[in-house]
Design a protein around this ligand. Structure first.
Ligand SMILES: [Zn+2]
Length: 278
């Protein structure tokens, strides 16, 4: 009896060691994912959810500015669709023709056509292409002035832009930061002539790691998927993968606010240090 127990492996110990290894691996993975998970949790989900109506119901003219074709559809396409359905005029502003425009001679033409097709799906009233070279927006002279001119022409009451100061971890890109900054700078400069900031537009920043507004996009989810797949030259892998991926992203975003699908934003508070960055 004694001899047998000494010869046999000790499955109890091995199993315990296995569980300990698994738990340690899980802990390491959780720690690695924590900063990303935190990006989906507004400090106050109830307020974040409640605030959505303030933007959805009041906005009459919306200008959404972005760096590349497809950014808007991924990060705030559902919200833009809801604004269109609510009767707002929505103008998309696309600063560049894409990140790799030197790789194909007619890429700009293709990306324009795809962006316009996505705009038709979501019902944008206009798409303005600024024509700056991709991957070089931070060095592009005239970006701030071009953005400012469009804001002056459209006089929107809601502006949407990339969050340049609190970007989501996976979305940090020099072009995104440059365009986000250009919009905030333009808004700050335009605040000057308006006494005390009265009548200033609201600014919602998408692609943020510090959300305080969640917009319910359940009714726009299908259109958001249809819009994204119009960007065929940018799709990686089969088109049918994009619906489940976008839905999963929407579910994770809405989870903290008890919404089936959501998009997240941070309100820009003019007067804080980020307003007026260089
Ligand atoms: Zn982009």
């Amino acid at each position: 009896m004694f001899e047998r127990s000494r010869m046999r492996p000790r499955p109890g110990w091995r199993r315990t060691l296995g569980w300990v290894g698994l738990a340690a691996g899980g802990w390491v993975l959780y720690q690695a994912a924590r900063p990303i998970l935190r990006e989906f949790r507004p400090a106050n989900p109830r307020i974040a959810r409640h605030l959505r109506e303030r933007y959805m119901e009041r906005a009459r003219c919306v200008v959404a500015v972005t760096a590349h074709p497809d950014d808007l559809e991924i990060l705030c396409g559902g919200t833009l669709r809801r604004l269109v359905l609510g009767g707002a005029r929505v103008v998309a502003v696309v600063a560049s023709d894409g990140e790799d425009q030197n790789s194909r001679a007619n890429l700009a033409h293709i990306r324009h056509a795809e962006q316009c097709a996505a705009a038709r799906v979501l019902g944008y009233h206009d798409v303005r292409f600024l024509g700056f070279p991709g991957r070089e927006l931070e060095r592009s002279e005239g970006l701030d002035a071009a953005v400012e001119r469009i804001l002056e022409e459209e006089a929107p009451d809601l502006i949407m832009a990339f969050d340049a100061t609190h970007p989501a971890w996976l979305l940090v890109h020099p072009d995104h930061i440059a365009v986000g900054r250009a919009v905030v700078n333009a808004v700050v400069r335009q605040r000057g002539p308006r006494a005390g900031g009265q009548g200033m537009p609201e600014v919602l920043l998408y692609g943020t790691s510090d959300p305080d507004v969640l917009i319910d996009i359940r009714d726009a989810m299908q259109d958001k998927v249809r819009a994204l797949v119009q960007h065929r030259s940018q799709l990686r892998g089969p088109e049918r993968l994009y619906a489940p991926l976008l839905r999963m992203y929407g579910r994770i975003t809405g989870f903290a606010g008890g919404l089936e699908y959501a998009e997240k934003f941070r309100r820009l508070h003019l007067g804080r240090p980020e307003a007026g960055q260089g």
